[in-house]
Design a protein. Structure first.
Length: 133
């Protein structure tokens, strides 16, 4: 995430740490392991409009290998079981945007820094059905 923030001229280590402190929710945060070693973390917490996906970080050496897709698929299956839409925001130009597009997220709103995306249960079922064909 730091390279994306630097590219956008928005990196401030104090602001990044404060944002994490302000929104951290231990009860809704999962540690991601790969081969029994720390690989990253992700938060999926309830909000008024469904679930909010935040702080999805993977070690750079593990990105692009399908781990993020596997984690996201598991989180979306859990959201489907609850019948809850999932929302997130991703930085403009971030490679993570492709991951969210592949899993059925659509843009709700954007500005020069952030893209706000959502994925409802119906989007995910239609996407899964299209993949099986």
């Amino acid at each position: 995430m730091r390279p994306d923030l630097e590219r956008l001229g928005r990196f401030d280590k104090h602001r990044v740490r404060q944002r994490l402190r302000d929104s951290f929710s231990a009860q809704h945060t999962s540690i991601i392991l790969a081969d029994d070693a720390f690989a990253g973390c992700v938060t999926l917490r309830p909000v008024e409009s469904g679930l909010l996906l935040e702080h999805f970080y993977l070690e750079p050496g593990l990105q692009g290998r399908g781990l993020g897709s596997a984690v996201l698929r598991t989180l979306l299956e859990r959201a489907d079981a609850d019948g809850a839409p999932v929302r997130l925001n991703v930085l403009q130009g971030s490679a993570a945007r492709r991951l969210y597009d592949r899993h059925g997220f659509t843009v709700e709103e954007q500005n020069p820094i952030d893209i706000y995306m959502a994925c409802g249960c119906r989007n995910r079922r239609e996407l899964a059905g299209a993949r099986r064909r």
